[in-house]
Design a protein around this ligand. Structure first.
Ligand SMILES: Cc1cc2nc3c(=O)[nH]c(=O)nc-3n(C[C@H](O)[C@H](O)[C@H](O)COP(=O)(O)O)c2cc1C
Length: 304
């Protein structure tokens, strides 16, 4: 019987829904035994998020500082496959997931093991997945597949609907905007990845440490967003350092720098981001080949 470990960290339950949809075929099968665990930070993060704690998490997320996490009891020493569900916090894997992947327990269970990552996020995950690749490489694990679901309605709407959801807990449609989060249709359709993984496990395909989810629409990278993610990462690194230097998480001095930062961020979103989109659209035909190549790279290992 194949042994599969499923790990995830979800606050509102959205990512958990995706993990449940993908892993349902494995849980029903007699050929697979599934250990299913939530990663638990020692100090819980709030949800919905108050304003300051939300931005206070930003420097530690971008600098991948992680956080202490509870040890998971009753794990086997080795698994045939690990399925890791994670969300994106400030273009990085969420702090609890980073914390777990930096733990001694992760060093033991991930070693020499194929890993499938599952992401449910707004729509900016490419730089975070690059960081995830590094975390997994440091653990001697092999990333064989990546599946990503993004919030419905596209980038512009999600810029409004996702922060409203995270700061208030409200996901319903307002002012003609779509509901926040991943669509129910995409969520349900993700069961196909679990069906294929089950088929692959039954045929020992995980031993090849090659993708099993090719040509199934596992990911779709928006080439124009990649450049925005790269610029945003550079700016996040600078502001992250400034906020960390101001004081410890939760301190008054840090709140002052966070306030200045959010004014900067809102100005950026209202001015530079639309300008950047316009410029990207103008230069796209001239850089089409280069962008398409980078898209192919970021869509690996599963591809479209
Ligand atoms: C602090 C924080 C920062 C976030 N930053 C990003 C981001 O950079 N890119 C993105 O696509 N989504 C981002 N999100 C959205 C999450 O990836 C995710 O969609 C949302 O938190 C719901 O996940 P849940 O299953 O944990 O409730 C962020 C969420 C939080 C809480």
């Amino acid at each position: 019987m194949k042994k599969v470990l499923v790990l995830y960290y979800s606050q509102s339950g959205q990512l958990k829904k995706m993990v449940n949809s993908v892993t349902a075929p494995l849980l029903k099968s007699d050929d697979v035994s599934v250990d299913y665990h939530k990663i638990q930070p020692v100090t819980k993060y709030p949800y919905p998020w108050p304003f300051y704690p939300f931005f206070d998490a930003f420097p530690e997320a971008i600098y991948m500082n992680g956080c202490p996490v509870e040890e998971i009891e009753g794990l086997h020493e080795q698994y045939d496959l690990i399925i890791l569900g994670y969300t994106i916090w400030f273009l990085s894997p969420s702090i609890p997931v980073t914390g777990f992947l930096q733990s001694d327990q992760a060093k033991k269970i991930f070693k020499n093991t194929p890993v499938v990552t599952l992401i449910a996020c707004r729509d900016m995950w490419v730089m975070a997945q690059e960081k995830m690749k590094k975390l997994l490489k440091d653990l001697d694990a092999t990333l064989i597949d990546n599946v990503v679901l993004t919030d419905q309605g596209g980038s512009l709407y999600a810029f409004l609907t996702t922060p409203r959801w995270l700061l208030t807990g409200k996901k319903d449609p307002v002012f003609g905007l779509p509901a926040a989060g991943v669509s129910t249709k995409d969520m349900k359709a993700s069961v196909r990845f679990g069906e294929r993984l089950l088929d692959g496990l039954q045929k020992d395909e995980e031993k090849l440490k090659q993708p099993m989810l090719k040509s199934m629409g596992a990911v779709s990278v928006n080439g124009k967003l990649v450049a925005t993610e790269k610029i945003a990462t550079r700016s996040f690194m600078i502001w992250g350092k400034l906020i960390q230097k101001a004081g410890a998480p939760g301190s008054f001095a840090r709140k002052i720098v966070i306030t200045i930062y959010t004014v900067f961020l809102v100005t950026l979103v209202l001015t530079i981001v639309p300008l950047n989109i316009l410029v990207k659209n103008i230069i796209y035909p001239f850089r089409k080949k280069q962008i398409e190549e980078s898209v192919k790279y970021y869509e690996k290992p599963s591809g479209r």
